[in-house]
Design a protein around this ligand. Structure first.
Ligand SMILES: [Mg+2]
Length: 252
């Protein structure tokens, strides 16, 4: 066992959980990290649940962690926007995203917003696309929580919701979530750790693994989520390690 346990940034969906079901062995894996003393943050691109929601969801499934162990793209987006000029946002997303923005001092409005913020949601319609596009065309800045195109079973994710707005305005959003450096920096700050001592574990090559590669973290891909092993050939970068699931990880 390492004398100086590495810090771990671990994704949730497709890594520890499938919806509300534990991926077998992920509870033992988290317990082992805790016993070894590895600093841990669960970092998710999904902005639709608060840290409290996530702590409850995992607790119900058998993984008990404090709220402070969770960091979401909604939290990172609020943190990012706090450093930008303007305090009014038009939001397409779930309550967890508006909650974080309220906490950061934002007014959620459809009157002259400074920002259009798009996150994951199942409530999405023509009127929202219309409003978002006209605000952006009139100068509002376009921010999105995460660049995921889809979740399990091709369920539309944030960047798929941004696509029609991009198509109308010709503007691309700034994506705050993984693989952005902002998201990884936020997670490292949250842990109080350095990139060189930190491992990122995820199931998505384009978000988790690319984030790790760009930030100089050791990377572990697990095949329990969205990535099929054949997809590795489509990417110019490789994770440092590949395991079927977290229960099989033997490098931590
Ligand atoms: Mg995932």
């Amino acid at each position: 066992m390492a004398t100086h346990p590495k810090s771990v940034i671990c994704d949730i969906d497709g890594v520890l959980m499938h919806n509300n079901q534990l991926i077998p062995g992920s509870d033992r894996f988290i317990k082992r990290l805790e016993e070894q003393g590895n600093p841990l943050v669960l970092l998710t691109n999904n902005p639709a649940q608060t840290a409290k929601d996530l702590a409850n969801r995992l607790d119900s499934a058998g993984i008990t962690l404090p709220e402070s162990a969770f960091f979401t793209s909604a939290m990172a987006t609020a943190h990012f926007l706090r450093h930008q000029q303007g305090n009014k946002a038009y939001v397409i997303g779930e309550g967890a995203l508006t909650h974080e923005l309220y906490q950061a001092g934002f007014t959620i409005t459809d009157i002259n917003p400074d920002f259009v913020v798009v996150g994951e949601t199942r409530s999405f319609n023509w009127d929202m696309i219309h409003r978002a596009a006209s605000f952006i065309a009139n100068g509002a800045r376009f921010i999105a929580t995460n660049p995921d195109t889809h979740g399990p079973a091709y369920s539309p994710a944030c960047s798929a919701l941004c696509a029609p707005i991009e198509r109308i305005t010709g503007k691309r959003p700034f994506y705050v979530g993984k693989p952005s450096s902002w998201m990884v920096r936020s997670a490292l700050d949250h842990l109080g750790c350095h990139s060189g001592d930190t491992v990122i574990i995820g199931d998505n090559l384009n978000t988790d693994i690319l984030a790790g590669v760009q930030a100089g973290l050791e990377t572990i891909l697990v095949l329990s989520g969205v990535t099929h092993i054949e997809e590795l050939d489509k990417h110019p970068f490789r994770p440092n390690h590949i395991f079927p699931c977290v229960a099989e990880i033997d490098v931590l």
